[in-house]
Ligand binder design. Structure first.
Ligand SMILES: Cc1cc2nc3c(=O)[nH]c(=O)nc-3n(C[C@H](O)[C@H](O)[C@H](O)COP(=O)(O)OP(=O)(O)OC[C@H]3O[C@@H](n4cnc5c(N)ncnc54)[C@H](O)[C@@H]3O)c2cc1C
Length: 419
């Protein structure tokens, strides 16, 4: 009997798993269910579409033909509402039931709504899907003023869209710096300056208390907790993600914020795997549970899950061991964060010039993540040190040298010396 694989979510994690399963087992039945109305597209590029810099076509990754050619059953517009892990069935909003032998949870997250008055008004946008990007583009193209809320990696995309659409915009941040958990104020100031140059004004110690609307229910302004009013015909909100786990309620699959997995992408329930943004996986490099919100990581987890789904539950062959990275290309200088830049018990940082800065986060003397602005050339050395978990205790300052002496750092490590 052919094994039946059912995958929930056609993002990069779900789609990679489907491809891996099909390549490894030509007889398997593979079904992908997604609530979206379109097949896999490049979520990273939808911001370029919203800026007006890229047409729709190159953003699509797979057409429905791609699934047909591989004998993968893709069901669009299909919202999964429940799974019965004893009967091994998945249930959809339309009343359909799918039987599975192996199930993959790859449902990612949904942007958190700002819990303030009028946050559901026309012109207030949350950003995750291609549909969101179409609405953002249309609104921003017809607006003169904007606000952005959420001082993280998605917020900066909305700020960059505001800049590209030539809005007079304010970027309202709660703290004193953009992405204050990963950058110091000195590093963040490089980003603030780049925003100011593009007519996006950072406002610190701010946020949104409520939005004002016109008689048609369209946003016209944001008022911050200090009572300051910012005109905004466009508002972008990116204050975090809620992971799409509600359909797992009662299934026995263990969840916290996301779905808990081991390093083989297995959940606590036999034959149920998870991959992508939704996982809180055991990170073998970090030595603790972690979550990644990055395309490359989701793709790799999908492939690992797919490979293990084809094999035996008790003998997983593939392990997720990965230093993720996330780059930003909105400015004249490059920006890259890698690993877990917001975690750790120590860090070193240095400013090299007006737009060159580096910060490396460490845990127990080992590199676990960081942020590079201006010069990305140290990334391979830093990622290697993270992957190989080299003990750098007492040698942390070497990480700030223009060219990191990575071979020496590895050769001189206590582990290498002990061999
Ligand atoms: C605007 C934007 C810019 C980004 N830029 C970058 C970047 O530059 N670099 C980077 O590394 N990462 C970036 N990311 C993050 C990256 O896109 C994600 O980490 C990645 O797409 C996660 O993939 P995933 O497959 O885990 O989840 P998703 O892509 O979220 O896919 C999950 C899918 O499951 C579907 N689904 C959810 N619940 C159900 C249900 N109950 N039933 C059926 N289907 C369901 C969803 O509709 C969705 O299609 C960006 C994200 C956004 C939104």
């Amino acid at each position: 009997m052919a094994t039946s694989h059912v995958i929930i979510g056609d993002g990069i994690a779900g789609s990679s798993a489907a491809e891996t399963i099909r390549e490894a087992d030509t007889d398997a039945s593979v079904t992908v269910l997604t609530e979206e109305g379109e097949a896999l597209y490049n979520r990273i590029l939808i911001k370029e579409f919203a800026k007006g810099k890229l047409p729709e076509a190159p953003i699509s990754i797979h057409s429905p033909d791609w699934y047909e050619e591989r004998d993968i059953d893709l069901e669009l517009n299909t919202h999964v509402v429940r799974v019965d892990t004893e009967a091994k069935t998945v249930h959809t909003h339309g009343g359909d039931t799918y039987d599975y032998d192996k199930l993959l949870v790859a449902t990612g997250g949904t942007p958190t709504q700002l819990p303030v008055e009028n946050s559901d008004a026309d012109g207030v946008h949350h950003f995750w899907t291609f549909q969101d990007a179409r609405a953002i583009k249309e609104n921003a193209e017809n607006a003169d003023t904007g606000v952005v809320v959420g001082a993280g990696l998605l917020g900066i995309d909305l700020a960059a869209i505001s800049a590209a659409q030539e809005l007079d915009a304010h970027y309202l941040m709660r703290g004193q710096a953009w992405w204050r958990y990963a950058l110091s104020e000195e590093g963040a100031e490089i980003i603030h300056d780049a925003l100011r140059e593009r007519n996006v004004t950072p406002v610190f110690g701010s946020g949104v208390d409520h939005f004002e609307t016109d008689d048609d229910g369209h946003v016209v302004a944001a008022v911050d907790p200090n009572g300051e009013r910012y005109e905004a015909e466009f508002a972008g909100v990116a204050i975090g993600l809620n992971f799409n786990t509600e359909w797992l309620r009662g299934s026995g699959v263990e969840t916290d914020d996301g779905v808990l997995t081991d390093e083989h992408m297995r959940t606590n329930v036999e034959d149920v795997y998870a991959a992508g943004d939704i996982t809180e996986f055991h990170d073998v490099l970090l030595g603790e549970r972690a979550q990644n919100g990055a395309w490359g990581s989701a793709k790799e987890q999908g492939s690992i899950a797919g490979a293990n789904m084809v094999g035996e539950w008790d003998e997983p062959e593939e392990t997720f061991e990965w230093v993720s990275s996330y780059s930003i290309t909105h400015f004249d200088f490059p920006f890259l964060s890698f690993g877990h830049p917001t975690l750790g018990d120590d860090s070193v940082e240095k400013k090299y010039s007006e737009d060159e800065w580096r910060r490396v986060a460490l845990k127990d003397g080992r590199v676990i993540g960081g942020v590079l602005i201006g010069d990305l050339s140290p990334q391979s050395a830093l990622k290697r040190l993270a992957r190989e978990q080299v003990d750098l205790t007492g040698r942390e300052e070497k990480l700030l040298e223009e060219r990191i002496p990575v071979d020496d750092l590895v050769a001189d490590s206590p582990e290498a010396q002990a061999e």
